[in-house]
Design a protein around this ligand. Structure first.
Ligand SMILES: CC(C)(COP(=O)(O)OP(=O)(O)OC[C@H]1O[C@@H](n2cnc3c(N)ncnc32)[C@H](O)[C@@H]1OP(=O)(O)O)[C@@H](O)C(=O)NCCC(=O)NCCS
Length: 260
């Protein structure tokens, strides 16, 4: 499958040595560009991990190409009910077959800021909706605001903030209903504006605590006000007030890869 997207070409990658090599090379380049405290932003996939994704009957590996060059990659998982549930601590009220899981979006540093991540969100949403999936979910490292601010801009909503049960890393969970009718009405009067501040990276620990308490009190992080650099939170509709998060031990220096 190939679809033309501006000058870049979108392709569903296949199980062959060329595609495998391209995936590994792009991942290596991105990992090499991470600072030590950014290494956990993505899962460091092995050749077997990529092979399994390419061979899987419920995963799609997408690539954006500039000519022959792979400049962005992402994975969409459309699990079957009998598959092992990914991020089982989230959206547990849904059956696997209702879900689409967005994983592993990577953009070549030379191609950032041109909307490639948003293109990857869009293509995965389209494919998920074509397969009748009701809701897209993802988990993003709390200290990777470039990724979660972007996901919010795209229309995903923060509905849970907490610690990854596997490694206690601070994470943000976002979801988007693929059926637009399910979007909950927003109560403007009850909106809460969370300023990200001039140095969002420095502010992440305080922002994480604030976002966790907002989500525990039933608020949903819904919109990014770019001009004022604020995330706007709204109360979720009274029918879906979610339970308090289980408390996990806080690891102060978890370097483990937790990103899906
Ligand atoms: C996160 C990543 C995928 C974004 O890709 P991208 O193609 O540059 O993103 P887009 O061009 O679609 O969007 C850029 C937006 O990201 C946000 N953004 C980018 N850098 C940011 C930063 N340092 N801080 C906060 N927000 C930032 C902005 O909201 C920007 O919005 P704008 O379009 O209004 O300017 C890319 O930086 C990347 O590959 N990072 C390394 C791997 C990674 O962290 N993947 C995500 C795992 S969840």
């Amino acid at each position: 499958m190939t679809i033309q997207q501006s000058e870049l070409m979108l392709k569903k990658l296949e199980m062959n040595t060329t595609d495998l090599r391209s995936l590994l090379d792009l991942q290596d380049k991105i990992i090499a560009g991470f600072k030590p405290d950014e290494q956990h932003f993505i899962l460091h996939r092995t050749i077997d991990d990529f092979s399994n994704a390419l061979k899987s009957n419920h995963m799609y590996v997408f690539g954006l190409y500039d000519g022959e060059r792979l400049v962005s990659q992402s994975i969409l998982s459309l699990p079957n009910d009998d598959d092992t549930r990914e991020i089982p601590e989230y959206a547990a009220e849904y059956k696997n077959s209702e879900l689409a899981v967005f994983k592993a979006v990577l953009v070549d540093p030379e191609y950032r800021g041109r909307g490639l991540m948003k293109q990857m969100l869009r293509i995965r949403e389209e494919v998920a909706a074509q397969h009748g999936r009701k809701i897209a979910i993802t988990q993003i490292a709390a200290d990777n605001p470039a990724s979660w601010v972007n996901a919010i801009q795209y229309g995903m909503r923060i509905t849970k903030v907490g610690y990854d049960p596997e490694d206690n890393a601070k994470v943000i969970y976002l979801q988007k209903h693929l059926d637009n009718k399910k979007i909950q009405p927003l109560e403007e009067k009850k909106a809460y504006r969370l300023s990200l501040g001039s140095d969002v990276h420095k502010n992440v620990p305080a922002l994480f605590n604030k976002m966790m308490s907002l989500s525990e009190s039933g608020m949903i992080g819904t919109t990014w006000d770019k001009q004022n650099n604020q995330i706007i939170w709204y109360p979720q509709s009274n029918t879906h007030h979610h339970a308090r998060l289980p408390k996990f031990n806080i690891s102060t220096s978890s370097k483990a890869a937790h990103q899906i």
